[in-house]
Write a protein that binds this ligand. Structure first.
Ligand SMILES: O=C(O)CCC(=O)C(=O)O
Ligand SMILES: [Fe+2]
Length: 273
């Protein structure tokens, strides 16, 4: 396997977390990455869709430098970033009623060019709980019937910022855009289901909500099957990154009002196609 061979050469160890999604990366310091090491982790990222880097305890400036290796760091409208570290977002527990991320989603898919990659660095973790789940959207697509795949061809979903607007108290029209429900990853050439929770993808283009819901609900239920998902139990110092083009994630809120703080960076990319 290409990833494993290259890993041995560079002293980097890539260990799959499941056979479907995820790998952990050891023998690496994210604050000091050379070109060969970057090539190894990039290939692992494309192969496994999400990576964990245990024990990094990375500072914000190093987090930004590491992020810039993957592309342009972006700011999402409506979000406020950390002073002195443009592009670093503090993700903090504000209680279950206010959590905006406890559902399966790719990040900020209501943007015309949603972030392609998200990187999350643990700062303060609850004693227990607060896991994040990830699912593989290549496998979600590939396991559909040929009939369903044919039906989805050319369909676009309406992706709205409803949850983000609620979270930030945004007034006025809620931004939205249309994206294909099946997208092709530009680096792997593989096709993946691209969708999000019912509040953020209420309907399909040129179809009523009543017509769209059964299809969207089916796809949303089909996507995060346990045998193509991984649940990350955070440890202090962890950095986790995921590819929004071929995964969804779900932040489990089971830690009450316990402090949980993460720093997140997102990478700009292409329009889904
Ligand atoms: O807090 C988490 O584990 C993830 C939250 C989330 O969905 C995000 O930062 O994009
Ligand atoms: Fe998210």
């Amino acid at each position: 396997m290409q990833t494993a061979e290259r890993a041995v050469e560079n002293g980097v160890r890539i260990t799959p977390l499941t056979a479907s999604i995820g790998a952990s990366v050891h023998g690496i310091d994210l604050a000091a990455i050379d070109a060969d090491t970057f090539a190894v982790i990039k290939q692992a990222f494309l192969d496994h869709c999400m990576l964990t880097f245990p024990g990094q305890n990375i500072e914000d400036d190093a987090l930004l430098s590491f992020s810039k290796l993957w592309g342009e760091v972006m700011a999402t409208p409506m979000l406020t970033y950390m002073e002195g570290f443009p592009g670093v977002l503090e993700v903090r527990n504000r209680g279950k009623a206010l959590t905006p991320t406890e559902y399966w989603h790719p990040d900020s898919a209501y943007l015309e060019r949603p972030p392609v990659i998200s990187i999350l660095a643990a700062q303060q973790l609850p004693e227990t709980g607060g896991d994040t789940m990830f699912c593989n959207q290549y496998l979600a697509y590939e396991t559909l019937s040929d009939g369903m795949k044919a039906m989805l061809e050319g369909l676009r979903g309406k992706f709205t910022a409803a949850i983000m607007a609620k979270r930030t108290g945004h007034v006025g029209d809620v931004p939205y855009t249309y994206h294909p429900i099946v997208r092709t990853h530009p680096d792997t050439g593989r096709r993946a289901l691209f969708l999000s929770g019912p509040d953020t993808v209420p309907s399909l283009e040129n179809m009523s909500a009543a017509e769209s819901r059964p299809i969207l609900d089916y796809l949303y239920t089909h996507s995060p099957k346990p045998d193509r998902s991984y649940r990350h139990q955070w440890r202090p110092g962890d950095v986790v990154m995921w590819d929004n083009r071929c995964t969804m994630h779900y932040a489990v809120h089971d830690h009450g009002d316990a402090v949980r703080i993460m720093h997140r960076v997102t990478i700009a990319g292409e329009r889904p196609a």
